[in-house]
Design a protein around this ligand. Sequence first.
Ligand code: ADP
Ligand code: MG
Length: 366
Amino acid sequence: MLRVHELCKAFREGTKQGRVHAVDKVSFTVEEGAFFTLLGPSGCGKTTTLRCIAGLERPDSGEILVDDRVLFSGSGGVFVQPNQRNIGMVFQSYAIWPHMNVFDNVAFPLRVGGRKVGKAEIRNRVEQALSVVELGHLAGRFATKLSGGQQQRLALARALVIQPSLLLLDEPLSNLDAKLRESLRFELKRLQREQGITTVYVTHDQSEALSMSNSIAVMQEGTISQVGDPFSVYLAPENSFVADFVGSTNFIEGEVVGPAGDEWQVMTGHGVLHVGKIVGVDTGDQCVVSIRPEHIEVLKNGARQGPNVLTGEVRTRLFTGEAMDYQISFEHGELRCRTPAAVRLSSGKPVTVHLPASLCAALRKS
Ligand SMILES: Nc1ncnc2c1ncn2[C@@H]1O[C@H](COP(=O)(O)OP(=O)(O)O)[C@@H](O)[C@H]1O
Ligand SMILES: [Mg+2]
């Protein structure tokens, strides 16, 4: 449905001659009706990518196509004006019109920009868009009298009223408080599914990305580091950047020794560790072994011997409500370990842990 091919956009950096490669050969495809997320830290090029798709930014090179219609082509010299792209967009700061009521805010895009929409048609479409976001009963209220969550739904209605073929959402929830943010996640996801509208969502919040997306592209410094469904991005990160950014993880530096049956052996400060797989590295390469805190098993002392069993000492313990976060120190470094809240270990006490090989991966450092 949407195809972005080798998109590039650089900015001049202040008064200096240097250029920032905000988006550097980014390619991805979004299927019809899918919820696709660009996830990455601040400054990695998410907003610039979205603005290029919307036509608010003119890319340096590459191609952007929607349903085989070329919206931008560097080599072909094509640039379709933003108001000719039929794309709806919602920003982090939702920019509603404070001097207008809810109805007029939503009607605004239909009244400007040369769209010839009749009065009755405007009424129909505005009412429909407002009912989709469940604001129909507030049509006459001034926009500034709405709560934060309602204002954000209003911004969404305004994006939907033009019946866009593509919806672009740039951190639309990040100005809201935590509780509201979580409930709006469900809302947004339900709405997107019911309307079947192809959506590109931008966020730096990994749990938002994991919970709402069909597909996630993790971005790092203007490039895409990995694309996949939420499960594969979380459970099978392809490099240390993705493993670290999506969820939290432990890294143990090492060198790949070689295969051992179905597993691989890695020489580390903790001795030889067995890992279920290697990604982007081979025998003899430097790597990091990644294991998530919740995958580390706490053992009763002496309950198990063999590879990947380490004994250390509990350094600190943090109770987070639903879990217990432990920092455990070993002769060669520390590991973080998350257990159910019922597991109580005392600081300063020895503890034995097991790193299940199937949940350990040796990754390329990135
Ligand atoms: N108009 C601009 N002029 C100069 N630099 C910009 C401009 N817009 C973005 N940048 C730079 O491009 C990079 C990517 O920015 P952006 O796309 O906003 O990242 P994100 O949305 O992921 O936080 C950053 O280094 C940013 O400072
Ligand atoms: Mg941004």
